[in-house]
Design a protein around this ligand. Structure first.
Ligand code: G1P
Length: 307
């Protein structure tokens, strides 16, 4: 039904205004999370799911991103001469990870517009979109599952997570066909999948069709490009990917429909300051080298601020 998926698109043109002044001269994707820039986790995730052709849609401040995934001969030579092989391996890992391509978005007209810019590179194939703000605890397992569901159903696939109603208006939200239970899933797609019947970008709580929010992972059929070309600016005056997905979901016969995969593992949001700090702490506690020292210190620190 579909050819093997090899391409991932990572929109990375945002201005990162929530992190100013840290993001005055570097893109927010380059802010470190423990020991790597956030964007490296996302590229690693794509590669773990078998997608090693990565297209980043960037903006004006892209130079540091390109440099990060490129060789730095001087650093490598220095580490080699010093025999610092572990550091050398870590430097090289970022370079050898994937075949990374860059394309500028031009006008910042929204996520849908960024994805549309990928058309020429992607061509007439299904492809993945990964948004940089989320880091998935399960690495490539979610994307691999989404690819499986796409192959089984032929549909476009989005990742969903149940979120606290207080947070729902920050997301794209799914309406779904409740005729089969989420646990059993869509016929042919397996457990924890739902047939999406509609999607709304950042609804008010009273208008949200469910508490299933789209988290930043998509597996899209190439028909999305034709739909995006016709998509008018929506929420926030931007061309929204969610609005194009609504058209795919509503036209199951011609456009394949949209299936949601419910993700139940931990997701670290690095999109705002508080969640970014929590992501660093949680990931550092999980880190085999840092965790054993950080955990006890954290407990002591937490006790000291308890009152
Ligand atoms: C974007 C999408 C939204 C999705 C969210 C996931 O919004 O437009 O549908 O739920 O990512 O993080 P943003 O966070 O860029 O405002």
């Amino acid at each position: 039904m579909s050819s093997r998926i090899t391409k991932a698109v990572i929109p990375a043109a945002g201005l990162g205004t929530r992190f100013l002044p840290a993001t005055k001269a570097i893109p927010k994707e380059m802010l470190p999370v423990v020991d790597r820039p956030a964007i490296q986790y996302v590229v690693e995730e794509a590669v773990e799911a078998g997608l090693s052709d990565v297209l980043m849609i960037t903006g004006r401040n892209k130079t540091t991103l390109e440099n990060h995934f490129d060789r730095v001969a001087e650093i490598e030579a220095l580490l080699e001469a010093r025999g610092e092989t572990e550091k050398l391996d870590r430097v090289r890992a970022a370079t050898n990870l994937a075949d990374v391509h860059y394309l500028r978005q031009g006008d910042p007209l929204g996520l849908g517009h960024a994805v549309l810019r990928a058309h020429q590179h992607v061509g007439d194939e299904a492809f993945a979109v990964l948004l940089g703000d989320d880091i998935m605890a399960g690495g490539g397992s979610l994307l691999s599952r989404m690819i499986e569901v796409h192959e089984a159903t032929g549909a476009s696939v989005v990742a969903l997570q149940e979120v606290d109603p207080a947070m729902i208006s920050s997301y794209g939200v799914a309406a779904y066909d409740a005729s089969s239970s989420v646990e059993d899933g869509v016929p042919g797609a397996g457990p924890d999948t739902i047939q999406i019947t509609g999607l709304v970008e950042k609804p008010a709580l009273e208008d949200a069709p469910s508490n299933y929010a789209v988290i930043g992972r998509y597996l899209l059929r190439p028909e999305v490009f034709g739909v995006l070309e016709q998509t008018k600016p929506g929420a926030g005056g931007e061309i929204q990917l969610t609005d194009a997905l609504q058209v795919l979901a509503a036209n199951r016969e011609e456009l394949g429909g949209v299936v949601g995969v419910v993700y139940r593992e931990r997701r670290f949001d690095t999109g705002n300051k508080l969640d970014y700090i929590k992501a660093i702490v949680e990931l550092a506690v999980d880190d085999p080298k840092l965790g054993p020292a950080l955990g006890p210190w954290l407990k002591q620190f937490a006790a000291s601020i308890a009152e």
